[in-house]
Design a protein around this ligand. Structure first.
Ligand SMILES: Cc1cc2nc3c(=O)[nH]c(=O)nc-3n(C[C@H](O)[C@H](O)[C@H](O)COP(=O)(O)OP(=O)(O)OC[C@H]3O[C@@H](n4cnc5c(N)ncnc54)[C@H](O)[C@@H]3O)c2cc1C
Length: 391
C-alpha cells in the first residue's frame, strides 16, 4: 500500500467528513474503520440528529454549524440525496432555568444570546403561543419557547455514506473492517498496527470516537469518557399523525435535576412513530463490551418520566430502542487539537452528545489543519490546554 500522506482513523461523523475533504484537496488519504461505516456500533446512527444554528453550548460553535449546513447542501447536490431538513427546532424551558446540566445550564437564554449575536432568525414564544401553534407540547404556564425555523435534523448515516462515496470517487482509499490495535510514531511517520498488518502514513487524524482514549495514553482516559446512551421510538396515535409529521424537533429541560432533560424529533419517513432520547453521564463504559440490549421497562420508565406529563398524541407502545455512545469530556466541550507530543497527529473528538451538527465543518477544518497547518474557523476553544495537556 505504500506510505499515505494522511490516514484518518475512524470513519464516523468526523472521520468521514475529514476523509472527503482531504480527498477533495487531492491528498493521498486512507480512511480506516474497524467496522463497515455507516454502522450502529459507535455514535453516528439512529436516523436523525438535531441541528441548530444558535448554539447554546457556546458562541465558538456557531461558525462550525453554519459552515456544516452549507457543506451538506453542496453534498446533497453532488450525491442527489437529502441530508438536512430545516423543519425548525423548539427549545422549551423555564426562563430562569439554572439547573446544572453539562454544557446546557441556562440553555434557552444562552441560545437566544447566540441567535442575537449572529443574527439568526428566531422567535420567542409564550406558553400560550406554544400551545396554539404546537399543540403536541403540553407546556406549563411558566415555560417559554425559543423557536428557530432554520434548525431541524440531519440524517447521520446518509451523511457518512455520501462523504465516503465522494471521497472514494476522488481517489481516497478505505480500509473497512480493519481494527487498529496501536499507533506507533517514529521520525519518518506513523504506523497503525492492525489485526491484518500495518498501515503507514506521514500524518494522522484520530477520529476514533469512543475508541480514541484506548489508542492514546492514560492522560486521555479522564478526558474522553465513553458513556452509554439510549434512543427510544414510540408510536403516534393515528389522529395525531399529521401534527407530528409536520412538527419541529424539540429540546426540553423540564425540572430541577440535571436528568430532567429530553429531546425528540417529528415523525420521519412515514414511520408512525417519533424518536426521543435523554442523556446519561453515568459511569464510563467499554465500547467493546457495552450492553446493547434496552429492556422494554427501561423505555417505559422514560415514557413515564418525560413524555406522559407533557407530550400529546404518543402512545406508551415502544416501537424500538437502541443504544449509542457519547464520548464526553469533563466540560462537555469538544477536543480538536494536535497530539501533545506530536504535531503530525490531530485529535478530533467532538462528541459529548452535540457534535454531529458541526461534523461537516470539523472535517473541513481538520483537512485544512493537515494541508495548511491551520483552519479557517478558530478551533482554540477546543484545545487540550484547558485540561492541562498540550501547548
Ligand atoms: C444518542 C445520541 C444522540 C445524539 N444526538 C445528537 C444531536 O441531536 N445533535 C448533534 O449535533 N449531535 C448529537 N449526538 C452526537 C453526535 O452523534 C456525535 O458527536 C458524533 O456522531 C460523533 O462522531 P465521531 O466521528 O466522533 O464518532 P463515531 O461516529 O463513533 O466514529 C468513530 C469511528 O471510529 C471507529 N473506530 C474506533 N476505534 C477504532 C479502532 N481501534 N480501529 C478502527 N476504527 C475504530 C468506529 O468504528 C467508528 O466508526 C448524539 C450522539 C448520541 C450517541
Amino acid at each position: 500500500m505504500g506510505v499515505f500522506e494522511t490516514a484518518v482513523l475512524g470513519l464516523g461523523a468526523m472521520g468521514s467528513a475529514a476523509f472527503y475533504q482531504l480527498a477533495q484537496r487531492g491528498v493521498n488519504v486512507i480512511g480506516i474503520d474497524r467496522y463497515d461505516p455507516p454502522h450502529a456500533l459507535g455514535s453516528t446512527h439512529g436516523e436523525s440528529r438535531i441541528t441548530r444554528q444558535a448554539i447554546g453550548e457556546g458562541m465558538a460553535y456557531v461558525p462550525l454549524v453554519q459552515r456544516s449546513h452549507a457543506i451538506w447542501r453542496e453534498l446533497e447536490t453532488s450525491t442527489d440525496t437529502s441530508l438536512l431538513h430545516e423543519v425548525g427546532c423548539l427549545i422549551i424551558s423555564r426562563e430562569d432555568d439554572a439547573v446544572e446540566r453539562p454544557g446546557r445550564t441556562g440553555f434557552i437564554q444562552r441560545t437566544r444570546a447566540a441567535a442575537e449575536r449572529f443574527g439568526i432568525p428566531h422567535e420567542v414564544l409564550s406558553a400560550e403561543a406554544i400551545r396554539a401553534r404546537f399543540p403536541q407540547f403540553g407546556v406549563s404556564d411558566d415555560e417559554i419557547g425559543y423557536f428557530e425555523p432554520g434548525a431541524g435534523y440531519v440524517e447521520p448515516e446518509r451523511c457518512v455514506s455520501a462523504q465516503l462515496k465522494l471521497g472514494e470517487e476522488l481517489g481516497g482509499h478505505i480500509a473497512r473492517n480493519t481494527n487498529v490495535l496501536s499507533i506507533e510514531r517514529d521520525a519518518d511517520g506513523i504506523t497503525l498496527r492492525t489485526e491484518t498488518g500495518e498501515i503507514r502514513a506521514k500524518k494522522l487524524i484520530l477520529a476514533a470516537g469512543a475508541g480514541a482514549a484506548g489508542l492514546l495514553d492514560e492522560r486521555f482516559t479522564p478526558i474522553l469518557q465513553p458513556t452509554r446512551q439510549t434512543m427510544h421510538w414510540f408510536d403516534i396515535e393515528p389522529e395525531w399523525n399529521k401534527t407530528w409529521a409536520n412538527g419541529p424537533c424539540f429540546i426540553w429541560p423540564h425540572g430541577e435535576s440535571a436528568d430532567d432533560f429530553f429531546y425528540g424529533f417529528p415523525e420521519i419517513g412515514g414511520l408512525g412513530a417519533i424518536k426521543i432520547a435523554d442523556e446519561n453521564y453515568g459511569a464510563a463504559i467499554d465500547p467493546d463490551t457495552m450492553d446493547r440490549v434496552v429492556p422494554e421497562e427501561f423505555s417505559a420508565a422514560k415514557f413515564a418520566r418525560h413524555l406522559e406529563p407533557r407530550i400529546k398524541g404518543i402512545s406508551a407502545q415502544r416501537r424500538q430502542a437502541v443504544t449509542c455512545i457519547y464520548t464526553a469530556t469533563p466540560d462537555s466541550a469538544f477536543v480538536i487539537d494536535w497530539h501533545p507530543d506530536d504535531d503530525r497527529i490531530l485529535i478530533v473528538s467532538p462528541c459529548s452528545g452535540h457534535g454531529f451538527k458541526h461534523s461537516a465543518a470539523i472535517g473541513e477544518a481538520a483537512a485544512q489543519c493537515m494541508t495548511a497547518g491551520k483552519s479557517d474557523i478558530d478551533l482554540s476553544a477546543f484545545s487540550l490546554s484547558r485540561f492541562a495537556i498540550g501547548a
